[in-house]
Design a binder for this molecule. Structure first.
Ligand code: FES
Length: 63
């Protein structure tokens, strides 16, 4: 699904950044993508996606 419609950034992109580059902070995401730079409506959803991804990463490491 698209998280940021204005810039065509999907949840897959956010998850890939978290898994491959360890970027799990919204501020860091915004440094490497234009997410939130137009209408800003996506920031809350992006934070939720990142939070879910981080929870998944922690569970993977614990197993
Ligand atoms: S939906 Fe992301 S800036 Fe508009």
């Amino acid at each position: 699904m698209y998280v940021c419609v204005c810039h065509g950034i999907s949840d897959k992109v956010l998850k890939k950044l978290a898994h491959e580059q360890g970027i799990t902070d919204i501020r860091e995401i915004r440094k490497v993508t234009p997410l939130g730079s137009q209408c800003g409506k996506c920031v809350r959803t992006a934070k939720e996606v990142l939070q879910e991804t981080v929870s998944g990463l922690v569970l993977q490491q614990a197993c």
